[in-house]
Write a protein that binds this ligand. Sequence first.
Ligand code: SF4
Length: 289
Amino acid sequence: MGGMTEQLGLEGMPTRLFSCTPSRLTTWLDCPRRYRMTYLDRPSPQKGPPWAHNTVGAAVHLALARWWAEPRARRTPVVARGLVDSGWRTDGFADSAQADRWRLRAGDMVERYVATLDPADEPVGVERTVAVRTGSLAVSGRIDRVDQRGDELVVVDYKTGRSVLTTDDARGSLALALYALAGRRTLRRDCRRVELHHLPSGQVVGFDHTDQSLARHLSRAEAIGAEAVAAAEALLAGGDADALFPARVGPRCGWCDLARACPQGRAAAGPLRRPWDGLADELDQPAAS
Ligand code: SF4
């Protein structure tokens, strides 16, 4: 699983490209140890149990994708709620009462959100896979939704977490910038606007990239990829895994699926979080309204 593919360069010399997703690159940035355990170690270390907040996120994403697959006349808020219900899973919740409460909340979120959409405004892509090659990277990823506005494409990413978002989140996101570049390449239309749609609040934050800001993200992605490749090659050559892929302990260790296999992170994170601890406001939410 080296993630390398070969391509003939202009000179006819094979150039090795690093095949990756945006999240592979950001995992390297967040924690090289986690990167190694996720992408290189085989067999993969055992993950912790599923998180309830991820179950909510997956249900919302699935319902929104299926909503666009419905015939136009059925693209209504009520149908959207029904899609949350029919795709609902209970992984990670404390009990069925909590799962039910969150099914209703997720239904509320999706119903409210699609009420703001024009069902006739067909997206260019829904869960669309896009890809772009650079001198050293072959990046691919899946965009939640690609809209067309005027002559340009817009990258839309749904967010369901508790944190409130700012324009900086849209501007600074390496993943969104790479999606814009890959969307441009795969769909052959200009694409510079990226948007985060925060379902719990209905907030939309966006950023209009320029060629320069996209180029900056791209060179950052290439630098990250080069670091990750160099570390993997040094490991293959017999280097020390812990030195090449240091554990970067921090608050995120409490949410790391691989903390059980990582003594340093486990020590830093303190007691393991419960699978439903990532649900926002769970304690003071008597019920969805
Ligand atoms: S527990 Fe923390 S240090 Fe360990 S792999 Fe996960 S994020 Fe990295």
